[in-house]
Ligand binder design. Structure first.
Ligand code: DMJ
Length: 630
């Protein structure tokens, strides 16, 4: 077609647009482009388009160096955001420094690696931490460490009385001796078994065992807080470095929920609260997430064993039951996992356990040791304050104390249970020894396990909050039970106590067979000495504690660490070739506290979990996140 020139008309462009039209068109076009590009950001992170058009996320400075050194993904892909609170100076460090900030290594600056291998992140993803409140999506969870520390009533390590005031004092020398024992136990472990779960001092090698599902380093984690409070600075730094660099969670075995909780979770939580080091908080939370599948049962009562591989466990397996002391000893740690993560799931799990136990009918007010996680019914009527039952009662009174005395339910359950125990299990032997027997459907076994000896300390701890008219009674009961446990030590050749002792046919507080005569470095008796000392300041408890120190030195110390013994009634006992991790976590810690001032880990500020890891009391001005003040 022929274009005809019209006079007076000048075409603006070859497309025949005028200037204003052209301007409008360009405006529209640029708007369209902006819209399309912006939409890319709204696509899911995995979208191919997004990966094509947008450059990978910029890493925080320093993190790429870590990735290079370790071959692991940078922290922000794996872990909760770093806690902004500055860390408290850990022993061995001169100035306060945040362990989440870069630190210098041989090869230059390196960010502390609060992460494990990539697999850890993958395993955890299914239970990853949601935002703490609706609307918090994508907002970093922050635990205010400085605020927490400011709420403590006492300095963590006490007032550190001027030692020149009592330079030659006996108690100071006793404390130093216990410290030396800890140093020796640690150094032996480090030398022969570093990274393994426990040391075998006779064969001078390490032992992994089958309780921890492939997790390693139980002795390291169990030792952290003891090293810290004894101010073994170099050793603490060694332990911390191992956790940073070698404590990996990408394991796939089957683990005891209880043991992993009290030793690993408890140890990591305490290490965090004492030092503010992010690595401990993060590892505790990630490990806690790995335990959650154990609760996938019809009742929510967890199975005793969790499979790290499948992330679940065959709860319906016929004949299996859960153990009271195991599922009843999660409360303290799980509330703190919620407190430190903002994730309510941990607190919900243990609140549900409490609910089931509250509702279920209890024979004579007693709690049997076995419960079906499928039906929610007791499986048999065996009741014990020793093994299988013990720390359930302990966690009731400690939940009350840890809540800042707000958890009335725990308080009531504790005193009700104690009444029933007194009524049906408590006995006095013909020789005048008070003991707590075991109950089998109404028939008593007149024996006490070494494990039951923690109860003297527990009853002392709970005495002050009992009804007025019961307080003196509980103090006396605690003293009597502790005296009986001391007798079980005093009546042996080694002055160490057997695994179980009986009150039968004229023989009292002694084991009746070789299979119950062993001592595996257990803490329960010295644990009670420590609580009774703090309550009464009766010097007898320090005397008794010192007897234990001497006996440990004489019979359990070997060239390469401490070992349990096979027979406490032999003056030349054989060793069992095992330095239990709880010896460093508990036995030596309680002995050290026994010879220290009361404000070192004051009981006003701390409760000890059943592995002696200190967890802070929730003083009333705290957030109440985990403690249920909704
Ligand atoms: C520790 O692991 C804990 O104290 C647990 O509650 C019972 N057994 C050992 C120590 O004997």
């Amino acid at each position: 077609m022929l274009m005809r020139k019209v006079p007076g008309f000048v075409p603006a462009s070859p497309w025949g647009l005028r200037l204003p039209q052209k301007f409008l068109f360009l405006l529209f076009l640029s708007g369209l482009v902006t819209l399309c590009f912006g939409a890319l950001f709204l696509l899911p992170h995995s979208s191919r388009l997004k990966r094509l058009f947008l450059a990978p996320r910029t890493q925080q400075p320093g993190l790429e160096v870590v990735a290079e050194i370790t071959g692991h993904a940078p922290a922000h892909e794996q872990e909760p955001p770093p806690n902004p609170a500055p860390a408290v100076p850990a022993p061995g460090e001169d100035a306060p420094s945040s362990r989440a900030s870069p630190r210098r290594t041989k090869g230059g600056l390196r960010r502390t690696r609060p992460t494990g291998p990539r697999e850890e992140a993958t395993a955890a993803r299914g239970n990853s931490i949601p935002a703490s409140r609706p609307g918090d999506e994508g907002v970093s969870f922050r635990f205010d460490f400085n605020a927490f520390r400011s709420r403590l009533r006492h300095p963590v390590l006490g007032m550190r009385a001027d030692e020149s005031q009592e330079p030659q004092s006996r108690v100071r020398a006793q404390r130093e001796k216990v410290k030396e024992m800890m140093q020796f136990a640690w150094q032996s472990y480090k030398r022969y078994a570093m990274g393994k779960n426990e040391l075998r001092p006779l064969t001078k090698d390490g032992y992994e065992g089958n309780m921890f599902g492939g997790l390693s380093g139980a002795t390291v984690i169990d030792s952290l807080d003891t090293l810290y409070l004894m101010e073994l600075k170099e050793e603490f730094q060694e332990a911390k470095a191992w956790v940073e660099e070698n404590f990996h969670l990408n394991v796939s075995g089957e683990a005891s929920l209880f043991e992993v909780n009290i030793r690993y979770i408890g140890g990591l939580l305490s290490a965090f609260y004492l030092t503010g080091e992010e690595v401990f908080r993060i590892k505790a939370i990630r490990l806690g997430e790995k335990l959650l599948p154990a609760f996938n049962t019809p009742t929510g009562i967890p199975k005793g064993v969790v499979s790290f591989k499948s992330g679940s466990w065959g709860w319906a397996t016929a004949g299996s039951s859960s153990i009271l002391a195991e599922f009843g000893s999660l409360h303290l740690e799980f509330l703190h996992l919620t407190e430190l993560s903002g994730n309510q799931v941990f607190a919900e799990k243990v609140r549900n356990i409490r609910k089931v136990l509250r509702k279920i009918e209890k024979p004579f007010g007693l709690y049997p040791n076995f419960l079906s996680p499928v039906s929610g019914n007791w499986v048999q009527h065996h009741v014990s304050v020793g093994g299988l039952g013990d720390s359930f009662y302990e966690y009731l009174i400690k939940s009350w104390l840890m809540s800042g005395k707000t958890d009335m339910e725990a308080k009531n359950m504790y005193y009700e249970a104690l009444e029933a125990i007194e009524t049906y299990l408590l006995n006095v032997s013909p020789g005048g020894l008070t003991y707590i027997a075991e109950w089998r459907g109404g028939i008593l076994d007149h024996k006490m396990g070494h494990l039951a000896c923690f109860s003297g300390g527990m009853i002392a701890l709970g005495a002050e909050d009992a009804k007025e008219e019961k307080r003196a009674h509980y103090r006396e009961l605690a003293a009597q039970i502790t005296k009986t446990c001391h007798e079980s030590y005093a009546r042996s050749d080694t002055k160490l106590g057997p695994e179980a002792f009986w009150f039968n046919s004229g023989r009292e507080a002694v084991a009746t067979q070789l299979s119950e005569s062993y001592y595996i470095l257990r803490p329960e008796v010295v644990e009670s000495y420590m609580y009774l000392w703090r309550q009464t300041h009766n010097p007898i408890y320090r005397e008794w504690g010192w007897e234990v120190v001497l006996a440990l030195e004489k019979y359990c110390r070997t060239e390469a660490g401490f070992s349990g013994i096979q027979d406490v009634y032999s003056s030349t006992p054989s060793h069992d070739n095992k330095q239990q991790s709880f010896f460093l976590a508990e036995t030596l810690k309680y002995l050290y506290l026994l010879f220290s001032e009361d404000d070192l880990l004051s009981l006003e500020d701390w409760v000890f979990n059943t592995e002696a890891h200190p967890l802070p009391v929730n003083h009333s001005d705290s957030s109440g996140r985990a403690w249920g003040r909704h």
